[in-house]
Design a protein around this ligand. Structure first.
Ligand code: ZN
Ligand code: ZN
Length: 201
């Protein structure tokens, strides 16, 4: 087979075929990813009609059933939100329209990370605000600051101090996330740069 483009992924969905009923970006929402997970893990039973692309799902907890299409479902979740529910995702997966892939190790963090990276102002995302708060703590004081080169060293959990610039750091948090860690924010604060205090400086 000729080389083919990598299939697009949104949330836990790898799009194997077009699914025109929904804008793909819907599937990348954190609340939707949760439903994609449950679509594969939830202990329901179901019958799929691949001709009509519909399904009937039965919950193990009660006797009612839900009728599901690629665009709608009779469950409460769908009726409340009008967004794909776990039944719709499972139907799409069974029909081969999407593949719901497993979370990679640390996948939950990855979703969160995506939401930070996609936010319009990274420094105002709650995940970053947590780090800015920590950066202000006394115990996060740098061991040394090189004002000319805009670098600092910070004591870490190991013997070797972290080396920090205004946008990189040798700590684990930065290594994993590639986003400003508390050291970077602290350095920015020490240097009087924005980012540590939301630009009020
Ligand atoms: Zn449903
Ligand atoms: Zn760091």
């Amino acid at each position: 087979m000729a080389k083919r483009a990598k299939l697009p992924e949104y949330g836990r969905c790898r799009m194997l075929q077009a699914w025109p009923e929904w804008d793909c970006s819907v599937h990348a929402d954190v609340a939707q990813i949760d439903r994609q997970e449950r679509a594969m893990n939830y202990p329901f039973s179901f019958e799929i009609d691949s001709e009509t692309k519909t399904a009937r799902f039965s919950s193990t907890s009660d006797l009612s059933y839900y009728d599901t299409t690629l665009a709608s479902c009779t469950c409460h979740d769908f009726e409340d939100r009008h967004l794909p529910c776990k039944h719709i995702y499972r139907l799409a997966a069974e029909l081969g329209i999407i593949e719901i892939f497993r979370r990679k190790p640390g996948g939950q963090d990855k979703d969160l990370l995506e939401s930070v990276k996609n936010s319009s102002n990274i420094d105002e995302h709650p995940e970053q605000l947590k780090r800015i708060e920590k950066a202000r703590e006394t115990k996060c004081a740098p061991l040394s600051i090189d004002f000319d080169n805009r670098m600092a060293t910070f004591g870490g959990s190991g013997k070797v101090p972290y080396e920090t610039t205004v946008d990189t750091c040798t700590c684990r948090d930065y290594f994993v996330r590639r986003l400003p860690c508390k050291h970077i924010y602290r350095l920015r604060i020490e240097l009087g740069l924005t980012g540590g205090d939301n630009g009020k400086k």
